[in-house]
Design a protein around this ligand. Structure first.
Ligand code: IPD
Ligand code: CA
Ligand code: CA
Length: 264
């Protein structure tokens, strides 16, 4: 194991848990939060909880690894050409968070020379830390996790879906139609990062969303791969800054079936 990666891995486990406890106290007092909308989209909300959790994470990283780059949903980026770069979503599932629902998490990934080497998703409400290091397997707390097995088709489990107003409805409607025609079923919980972690944990068979940003999914995609699943490359075609579609599945066979639906 690369010692520099290992140091960041150990550090990020403590960091994400601390961030989780700050986020949890905001969640428990969410009636006090002032909610703003981003870019005029009333479904894309943000509050002090997102901003202050990201600020704490960013400050802790800058103190411990000042040479590293950073990309966060709320505060933007710096030093993206550094050897290591942290990708942070302080609260993924802001809408469930603000509405008092249960699917939200903190997501932290680390890139080393443009490859995702650390992926961490923490769900404070259930005290579940999903974590993986490239080549080291994926874990739920201290227990190794694996994608659904055996799975031959979409009929063998639930497919998580995500959608936003960044892309038009037609980017997902034919997919849903074909999924149902093929005997599959979908769920949408409002947190793409947590859904990807659920694919890694074998709770969901797969996850699809027509467009996600890197901070939503970089950690979750490594979790899926390290748990034995298949996921597309989010970094392709300038994905670090522009985002991409996200498809992750328990295995190659289910991935291919869903990839055909995606192309419809
Ligand atoms: C959103 C969630 C949602 C997904 C959206 C994301 P946010 O992130 O992951 O599930 O469908 O694409 O933007 O705004 O809650 O951090
Ligand atoms: Ca997000
Ligand atoms: Ca967010």
């Amino acid at each position: 194991m690369n010692e520099n990666i290992q140091n960041r891995y150990t550090f990020s486990i403590d960091l994400i848990k601390q961030a989780g406890s700050i986020a949890l106290s905001y969640y428990l007092n969410r009636n006090e939060l002032v909610i703003e909308c981003k870019k005029g989209d009333k479904q894309d909300q943000v509050s002090m909880a997102d901003k202050s959790v990201e600020a704490k994470i960013r400050q802790a990283i800058a103190e411990k690894f000042p040479e590293d780059g950073f990309l966060g949903e709320e505060s933007g980026y710096s030093g993206l050409d550094s050897e290591f770069c942290w990708i942070v979503d302080p609260i993924d599932g802001t809408s469930p968070f603000l509405n008092g629902l249960h699917a939200w998490c903190i997501s932290i990934a680390v890139l080393h020379k443009n490859e995702i080497v650390i992926g961490m998703v923490f769900d404070p409400l259930h005290n579940e830390l999903f974590h993986a290091q490239l080549g080291g397997g994926a874990y739920l707390n201290d227990v190794p996790m694996h994608t659904v097995e055996p799975a031959e088709s979409v009929q063998d489990g639930l497919v998580g879906l995500g959608m936003s107003h960044r892309v038009p409805p037609k980017t997902i409607l034919p997919f849903i139609h074909q999924l149902l025609v093929d005997g599959g079923m979908y769920v949408r919980n409002g947190s793409g990062a947590l859904s990807l972690a659920q694919v890694a944990a074998g709770r969901l068979l797969a996850y699809y969303e027509p467009h996600m940003n890197c901070w939503d999914c970089a950690a979750g995609m490594l979790l899926v791969r390290e748990a034995g699943g298949t996921a597309n490359n989010i970094l392709e075609n300038d994905g670090l800054l522009k985002g991409n579609f996200v498809l992750a599945a328990a295995n190659q066979q289910v991935y291919q079936q869903l990839d055909l639906m995606r192309a419809m």
